[in-house]
Design a binder for this molecule. Structure first.
Ligand code: NAD
Length: 335
């Protein structure tokens, strides 16, 4: 990674007040990515319903941390912030599929226009690497086997279509302009600080409150679960050792049906199947996701370290111990 004149890398991190971005910031600033030790980090975040300043409290006073409240579609702001940085890790997005089914305008504006605004500014100021954080959902749904990075894109939800669009624009900035863009596509993340609208924190917090959990359709949709810490380790490796213009899948290695996931969560929370309510399936619900992440393993040495059952138990414990973090969010912000 190129460095600023005083050799301290300055990383612009968009969406750093959200679930995954804040984990990346907390890990980086507490020494969890040794090759990035000492890096300066600026979080640029609009603080939408999903952005929570409290997620950054543990590192707010660390040397090298700065926070800018703002929108990635604000070209003037993005331009001035970009000029002060050497690299970008771009997390900011509208990220919830169900919300994109209710209304997708914000998804197109933030995920497509916002990404384009950042790329344009990075190109003007010669900033790179630009790590664009994307999702396995851009590949669509796969009945068997796993997607390599070369598979065609076939997104099905407005969310995944907006992410696929942003992936293509990002890659075009490499192919056309030579910008050092690196795209990552990860599977479903879980861990602490995840907004309680996504399935794992929604189910955990409902069960901790003695409420029912809504299971979509027949519950047989398959997801590959990736601990947020493994995802962030993979991103740090791509930032450090990845190649310009390349796509890297990041998987967790735990493929289970939503029924199996529910079963584990019920057990961890001391509840029974009486707490499960089958609800009408999500529109256009992808049946199965599965990424082949051998490229990331072979090129940069990635390997997920978190065992799923242990990670899930720790996640349940975190929500049990941090009610003040999620209780208000559930009451005020979920639709
Ligand atoms: P999140 O919804 O928890 O956080 C998104 C963050 O982006 C929030 O802090 C929000 O305030 C900010 N943001 C939204 N719109 C913005 C805008 N216009 N300008 C500036 N900031 C804005 O999301 P997450 O789960 O942390 O996901 C981070 C990234 O990872 C996203 O790009 C998402 O598509 C991708 N991803 C997530 C998962 C997952 O399982 N959570 C899986 C695959 C890919």
């Amino acid at each position: 990674m190129p460095a600023s004149t005083d050799t301290t890398p300055r990383i612009l991190l968009t969406g750093g007040a959200g679930f995954i971005g804040s984990h990346f910031v907390r890990t980086l600033l507490t020494g969890g990515f040794p090759p990035l030790a000492g890096a300066h980090v600026t979080v640029l975040d609009k603080l939408t319903y999903a952005g929570n300043p409290a997620n950054l409290d543990p590192v707010r006073d660390r040397t090298g941390f700065a926070f800018v409240e703002g929108d990635i579609t604000d070209a003037a702001l993005v331009d001035s912030v970009m000029a002060e940085h050497d690299a970008v890790v771009h997390f900011a997005a509208e990220s919830h599929v169900d919300r994109s089914i209710e209304g997708s305008a914000d998804f197109v504006i933030t995920n497509v226009v916002g990404t384009h605004t950042l790329l344009d500014a990075a190109l003007r100021h010669g900033v790179g690497p630009f790590v664009h954080v994307s999702t396995d959902e851009v590949y669509g749904s796969i009945p068997e086997g796993s997607w390599p990075e070369t598979d065609p894109l076939a997104p099905n939800s407005p969310y995944s279509a907006s992410k696929a669009s942003s992936d293509l624009i990002a890659l075009s900035y490499h192919r056309t302009h030579g910008l050092d863009v690196r795209v990552t596509r990860c599977s479903n993340n879980y861990g602490p600080y995840q907004f309680p609208e996504k399935v794992i924190p929604l189910f955990i917090t409902n069960l901790l409150d003695g409420q029912k959990v809504p299971l979509y359709g027949d519950g047989l949709n398959v997801r590959d679960w990736l601990h947020v810490d493994d995802h962030c380790q993979g991103l740090a490796l791509v930032l450090e050792k990845g190649r310009a213009g390349e796509i890297y899948n990041i998987g967790g290695g735990t493929e289970i049906t939503n029924r199996e996931l529910t079963e584990r969560l019920l057990k961890a929370c001391g509840a029974s199947w009486d707490s499960v309510e089958y609800v009408e399936d999500r529109k256009g619900h992808d049946r199965r996701y599965s990424v082949d992440w051998t490229k990331l393993r072979d090129e940069v040495g990635y390997s997920p370290r978190h065992d799923f059952d242990t990670g899930l138990a720790e996640t349940v414990a975190w929500y049990r111990d941090n009610r003040t973090w999620w209780e208000g969010l559930k009451q005020e912000r979920t639709p």
